[in-house]
Design a binder for this molecule. Structure first.
Ligand SMILES: *[C@@H]1O[C@H](CO)[C@@H](O)[C@H](O)[C@H]1NC(C)=O
Ligand SMILES: *[C@@H]1O[C@H](CO)[C@@H](O)[C@H](O)[C@H]1NC(C)=O
Ligand SMILES: *[C@@H]1O[C@H](CO)[C@@H](O)[C@H](O)[C@H]1NC(C)=O
Ligand SMILES: *[C@@H]1O[C@H](CO)[C@@H](O)[C@H](O)[C@H]1NC(C)=O
Ligand SMILES: *[C@@H]1O[C@H](CO)[C@@H](O)[C@H](O)[C@H]1NC(C)=O
Ligand SMILES: *[C@@H]1O[C@H](CO)[C@@H](O)[C@H](O)[C@H]1NC(C)=O
Ligand SMILES: *[C@@H]1O[C@H](CO)[C@@H](O)[C@H](O)[C@H]1NC(C)=O
Ligand SMILES: *[C@@H]1O[C@H](CO)[C@@H](O)[C@H](O)[C@H]1NC(C)=O
Length: 493
């Protein structure tokens, strides 16, 4: 009996060994995960612990340490250690010894203490494989193979060559502040502010439909990154309705390609040249035109790629805000004005034509979803921002005038949590005076939520300054447009 067992053990060991392949990183990795597979996170395994390899050994699926405290599942491009897919569980996984991955027909990412953190939909899969395209699949062994789930349908911040990006999918930047989605005839980038703010668009590519038309009723369009160096928008296979070609288009480059929505909000394409990722496309070419190039209430000067603040009186810009200004009487703000400012995303924002600056301001002042507006005194166009103020462009044209709301806090300019409690008190007192007792609770809860959301945003906003932009006040500068700001300041005072 014992002999039989040890023989069985030997045979299964042999089988496991045959199934093991040494990956490029020199770590033995499985080529498929069978039902019943379980692997625990190993804290000593370095930043990436491979579990499953593709046939070429270029891609690997395993545990990825995101930072000192959190863990995720990821598909990695091994030569560059670049994650190209991540599971992104709703509750972050702690980087502790108790995290594990299992496969019982569906993939489960769990923690012994907190249970299942992420899983694929319940399926009766036979095995998990990683294709040479980097696509992670749960398959049912049949003729032909039945794909029950694939990572290509659930991209995180990246799509790779030959991956279809459909209207069902979204890309989210790793900091979750930006997203990419398809519309009926366009591809667009959006800012994400969470509850209470409809995602504002900041970049849009409408299908040119030069060679092929989008036909209504023939299904949604999808995007596909071509190994030849372009992003095609298609309604039917082989018949693009639009082509965004990259710098390396048709240059015979065979390097693996990816398109990533990055933490600064830009969409960039890259190919791997065996040493580095070479960028051959970016949706937004001017640093200042990135939605938050200089942070909240920031001002970006294109020529010098320099950051300043809309409010020149303070050191550093006003704190990032979140949500809207509804629910607390719509007068909990003060107003900041500045001449010579413009919006980078005004083409996709929409506008109303008004008679005067005053009319533009009134439109925004009355509407608690509105955080500010830019009025063009030459055209009469009024562009409203229904989202917390981000970075604006500094322009020489004094006909472009900005109006910005700033939430009143207990101690103005105070960052972080301090102001939140004061504000709750202030609001509550005001309401008690008018005797609307029921509203107190409601407003209190609302304000507390906004305060919490804002705190969360503030934390996020910190890590995302854009490379290549010099932060700091404009005081160093002495160009003519700087003088115009000073002039406007004295005009305002
Ligand atoms: C680690 O990353 C997670 C998820 O992105 C984030 O929530 C957390 O704040 C980060 N922790 C640290 C210490 O940076
Ligand atoms: C796999 O495990 C999950 C979580 O324990 C469970 O909900 C699911 O029913 C299991 N699937 C199968 C096929 O046993
Ligand atoms: C990837 O796999 C497919 C079929 O599974 C094969 O046709 C193709 O040649 C492979 N590509 C590489 C680069 O190995
Ligand atoms: C992408 O879509 C095309 C057309 O629908 C399809 O033929 C192809 O198999 C898809 N590719 C992947 C990787 O799903
Ligand atoms: C999107 O999802 C719906 C519902 O799951 C499905 O019916 C549809 O085929 C999907 N569309 C695409 C383009 O994948
Ligand atoms: C990749 O690009 C780098 C930087 O431009 C260059 O030094 C290197 O030689 C390139 N590698 C290949 C294989 O072309
Ligand atoms: C406020 O602005 C939002 C977004 O532009 C709009 O949908 C809403 O109708 C406006 N409300 C009023 C009262 O004008
Ligand atoms: C707007 O333009 C008019 C005439 O073009 C000018 O008289 C007025 O002063 C301008 N207003 C502002 C605020 O610049």
């Amino acid at each position: 009996m014992a002999k039989k067992q040890s023989l069985c053990g030997f045979l299964s060991l042999l089988i496991i060994h045959l199934a093991i392949k040494t990956s490029a990183a020199g770590t033995p990795t499985l080529q498929q995960l069978n039902r019943g597979f379980t692997a625990s996170f190993d804290q000593s395994a370095g930043s990436f612990q491979p579990l499953l390899s593709d046939p070429t050994g270029i891609f690997s699926f395993g545990f990825l340490q995101i930072n000192s405290s959190n863990l995720d599942l990821a598909v990695i491009h091994l030569p560059s250690n670049q994650p190209i897919w991540r599971a992104i569980p709703g509750r972050p996984a702690q980087r502790s010894g108790s995290a594990f991955l299992s496969f019982n027909g569906s993939l489960l990412f769990s923690d012994q203490n907190s249970g299942v953190l992420w899983s694929t939909p319940a399926t009766a899969g036979d095995r998990v494989v990683l294709l040479n395209s980097s696509n992670l699949q749960i398959i049912k062994v049949a003729e032909p193979i039945d794909v029950l789930w694939q990572s290509f349908d659930f991209p995180s911040d990246t799509i790779v060559q030959d991956q279809n990006f459909t209207s069902n999918a979204s890309l989210f930047s790793t900091n979750q502040r930006y997203s990419m989605r398809l519309g009926s005839n366009y591809l667009a980038l959006f800012m994400e502010f969470g509850r209470g703010v409809e995602e504002p668009m900041y970049w849009k590519r409408t299908a040119l439909q030069a060679k092929n038309q989008i036909v209504a009723g023939e299904g949604p369009i999808y995007a596909q990154l071509s190994p030849l160096g372009f992003l095609g928008l298609y309604q039917k296979e082989n018949a693009p309705v639009d082509v965004l070609s990259f710098d390396s288009f048709a240059r015979g480059i065979t390097g693996f390609r990816r398109l990533t929505l990055e933490a600064d909000g830009n969409l960039r394409a890259y190919y791997w040249n065996d040493t580095i990722w070479v960028s051959d496309y970016k949706a937004i070419s001017e640093l200042c035109e990135l939605p938050s190039a200089c942070g909240a209430y920031g001002l970006c000067r294109a020529e010098e790629k320099r950051c300043g603040c809309i409010d020149t009186r303070s050191h550093g810009c006003l704190a990032a805000d979140a949500g809207d200004l509804c629910g607390s009487g719509n007068d909990d703000f003060w107003v900041l004005r500045r001449k010579g400012v413009d919006l980078a995303n005004k083409e996709v924002l929409g506008f109303v034509k008004v008679e005067s600056l005053k009319e533009c301001e009134e439109l925004c002042k009355r509407n608690c979803s509105c955080w500010g507006a830019v009025y063009n005194n030459a055209s009469g166009y009024c562009y409203e921002m229904d989202y917390p103020i981000q970075t604006l462009l500094e322009v020489g044209d004094e006909n472009k005038i900005g109006f910005f709301k700033v939430r009143i806090m207990g101690n103005r300019g105070g960052r972080g949590g301090g102001g939140g409690g004061d504000k709750v008190r202030k609001t509550a007192e005001a309401l008690v005076v008018v005797g609307v007792l029921a509203a107190v609770t409601l407003a209190g809860v609302g304000v507390y939520r906004l305060w919490r959301a804002r705190r969360k945003r503030g934390e996020r906003a910190d890590g995302s300054r854009v490379e290549g932009l010099a932060p700091g006040p404009y005081r160093d500068l002495n160009s003519s447009s700087f003088r115009s700001i000073e002039m406007f300041n004295s005009f305002r005072k």
